[in-house]
Design a protein around this ligand. Structure first.
Ligand code: PLP
Length: 392
């Protein structure tokens, strides 16, 4: 069997054995409804409470500030729609976000525009860092919520979230961050980071797909997205997905321990970036240092990203052209366009997202596979022939 290298951890991650082990008793015996008053219910309730408390310990917040959801997308929708609903009651009908957010944020904002809200989409610089002057100018006394992602899922750029919080709060707006890519890669301390709301998702950190959470700081009131029973302190109805919630808690604890390993991951990232940007007519997408430790995104002129992916796949390497969410469309990535990559070059980028499971041998294998693939695809490209001929 050939080698297999999974370098698409920003799309999803395998469920770890420790998470599977943590979840197993919830299927086998602790299958009660946490809302039931009998012993079977109390057993489940104890596991639910325990999961919430363990997560709160990792993020340095209170257990009552954690709300379980079905995914990162739901958390994004709830935070923004809930804040908008609440803001409207106080006469705040404006939302500020950025042009590089995940579709779960961008399309939520677009949906709210149809409901009469106005949205300012703030631009970013060539590295993908939000334009702080434009952001400051955009936030007004009419702004209900400022939504800026902690780390970008395509190019890995980290945002100055603390400074953005200060700008939002100066105008009385709520501050929300989509930290789906950040959790497990950078330390998140909610006793120091003054965000009002923070979203995360299980399947990006080795828990199953279909579970996430929204942190809502004590005292912050937002509208509900899902009404029904009294679960999650009456703010998010639906019988709790106990196995996945217990799995999420375990994954968050494991991810917190693995933070110690991130300097090693970042060193592998840098080695990969160096090798790939040494190829002529290539470019690193995203910030060189203010970047997720596992994110590599490089563009190559005269090449289709999809062709690279197919050839890498034949070598047993799983990568991506950007985000799994947009790979089904032929539109170039909105993130690459936002950082100024020209339309015709935006198709030639690939994202390799590595993790603590990646080895130095994996990096060697990616480099020795990808370099000839780029050369081979360029040999077949008439555009490349032009470049070589003209010596541009
Ligand atoms: C994956 C992702 C989401 C969506 O999370 P799901 O659990 O897949 O709904 C939202 N934001 C970012 C930045 C992501 O990477």
């Amino acid at each position: 069997m050939g080698r297999f290298v999974y370098a698409d951890n920003a799309a999803t991650t395998p469920v770890s054995q420790s998470v599977i082990d943590a979840m197993a008793p919830c299927f086998a015996s602790a299958w009660g409804n946490p809302s039931s008053l009998h012993s079977k219910g109390r057993e489940a309730k104890a596991l639910l409470d325990g999961a919430r408390e363990r997560i709160a310990r990792v993020f340095a917040c209170e257990a009552s500030e954690i709300y379980f959801t079905s995914c990162g997308s739901e958390s994004d929708n709830w935070a923004i729609k809930g804040a908008a609903l609440r803001g409207k009651k106080k006469g705040r009908t404006h939302i500020v976000t950025t042009v590089i957010e995940h579709p779960a944020v961008l399309n939520t904002c677009r949906a709210l525009e149809k409901e009469g809200f106005t949205v300012t989409y703030v631009g970013v610089d060539g590295d993908g860092v939000v334009d702080m002057q434009a952001l400051e100018a955009a936030i007004t006394e009419n702004t209900a919520v400022v939504a800026v992602m902690y780390a970008n899922n395509e190019i890995g750029t980290l945002q100055p979230i603390e400074r953005i919080c200060a700008l939002a709060h100066a105008k009385g707006a709520l501050m929300f961050t989509d930290a789906v890519q950040a959790v497990g890669n950078v330390k998140i301390d909610l006793s120091a980071l003054p965000v009002d709301m923070l979203a995360m998702s299980g399947h990006k950190i080795h828990a199953p797909k279909g579970v996430g959470m929204l942190f809502i700081r004590k005292g912050v009131v937002i509208g509900n997205l899902i009404d029904g029973g009294g679960q999650e302190r009456r703010h998010r109805a639906g019988t709790e997905n106990l196995p996945y919630i217990v799995g999420l808690a375990k994954a968050i604890e494991d991810a917190d321990e693995q933070l110690a390993d991130m300097p090693r991951v970042a060193a592998m990232r840098d080695r990969l970036i160096e090798a790939l940007t040494a190829i002529p007519y290539s470019r690193l997408n995203g910030h060189r240092t203010e970047r997720l430790p596992g994110n590599v995104n490089v563009g190559f002129e005269c090449i289709e990203g999809e062709s690279m992916l197919l050839l890498l796949d034949m070598k047993g390497i799983c990568a991506s052209t950007g985000s799994a969410c947009s790979s089904a469309s032929l539109e170039p990535s909105h993130v690459l366009l936002a950082i100024g990559v020209p339309h015709e070059k935006a198709h030639g980028s690939i994202r390799l997202s590595i993790s603590h499971e990646t080895t130095e041998e994996d990096i060697d294998y990616i480099i020795e596979s990808l370099v000839p693939i780029v050369a081979r695809l360029r040999e077949m490209s008439p555009l490349w022939e032009e470049i070589v001929k003209n010596g541009k």
